[in-house]
Design a protein around this ligand. Structure first.
Ligand code: BMP
Length: 225
């Protein structure tokens, strides 16, 4: 079976050992998904139990696509420093917030733009207050600097379709990653049908009693069934 266009969000909401939790899910799903997303919640739970980012990197070794989602939003010195540290652990894709401005400065400082994923529109309701008003600017910035991808909520099919048109018009290869599937309400595969490249799926799969079975169930939706 082809890999699903799914990036599995590894957010541990339970109190079990976070490294074993990651290991169990990755071993059960690595041949089915396109990659994994790790973020602040996992990092905090690992720290709490005395683990390091290197321990986590070990569990994810051999996985082609690991997206580090700390939604970095700070002065370029600090963002570049954080990317440096994460890069030393072998991580290569980083979600950053573009609303701070200064992403070009990051690139001038040596950050590879092909490692960056810019948040252009979020899946929660509050995203319309500020971020969504600028989604087009953020997608254009991603194209201008040659970013790897943008994040656009799966429940925003109009924005996904608009971003797809913009990216295609400019012949760019920027990928669209869409979270918000399952627990947050969007149906699996709706973002892909609107022009997205990957859906970021978390609790619907990681919170199920059998993540592998759940993904196999979802495969039907991604096949267009
Ligand atoms: P879930 O499928 O369990 O709702 O998880 C969604 C994941 O996507 C979470 O890791 C969350 O941080 C992330 N996310 C999101 O839900 N909406 C966004 O707009 C941006 C995100 O990164």
């Amino acid at each position: 079976m082809h890999r699903l266009p799914v990036i599995l969000a590894l957010d541990p909401f339970t109190n079990e050992d976070p490294l074993e939790w990651v290991d169990g899910i990755v071993e059960a799903t690595r041949d089915l998904v396109s990659g994994y997303k790790i973020g602040l919640l996992l990092a905090l739970r690992l720290l709490e139990k005395g683990y390091s980012l290197r321990d986590l990197a070990g569990k994810l070794s051999g996985v082609e696509l690991v997206v580090v989602d700390f939604k970095l939003a700070d002065i370029p010195d600090v963002v570049a420093g954080a990317i440096d540290v994460l890069g030393d652990h072998g991580y290569r894709k980083f979600i950053v917030h573009p609303f701070t401005g200064g992403l070009r400065e990051l690139v001038e400082r040596g950050v590879d733009p092909g490692d960056l994923i810019l948040v252009a529109s979020m899946s929660h309701r509050g995203s319309t207050e500020f971020i969504d008003k600028h989604w087009r600017d953020f997608v254009e910035l991603a194209l201008d600097i040659g970013a790897w991808g943008v994040v656009i909520g799966a429940n925003k099919p109009g924005i996904i379709a608009g971003a797809r048109r913009l990216i295609d018009e400019r012949g760019g290869g920027v990928k669209i990653l869409s979270p918000g599937v399952g627990v947050q309400g969007a149906e699996p595969s709706t973002a892909i049908k609107s022009g997205g490249d990957y859906e970021i799926v978390g609790r619907m799969v990681t919170g199920s009693s059998n993540p592998r079975e759940k993904l196999l169930e979802l495969a039907e939706a991604y096949r267009g069934g």
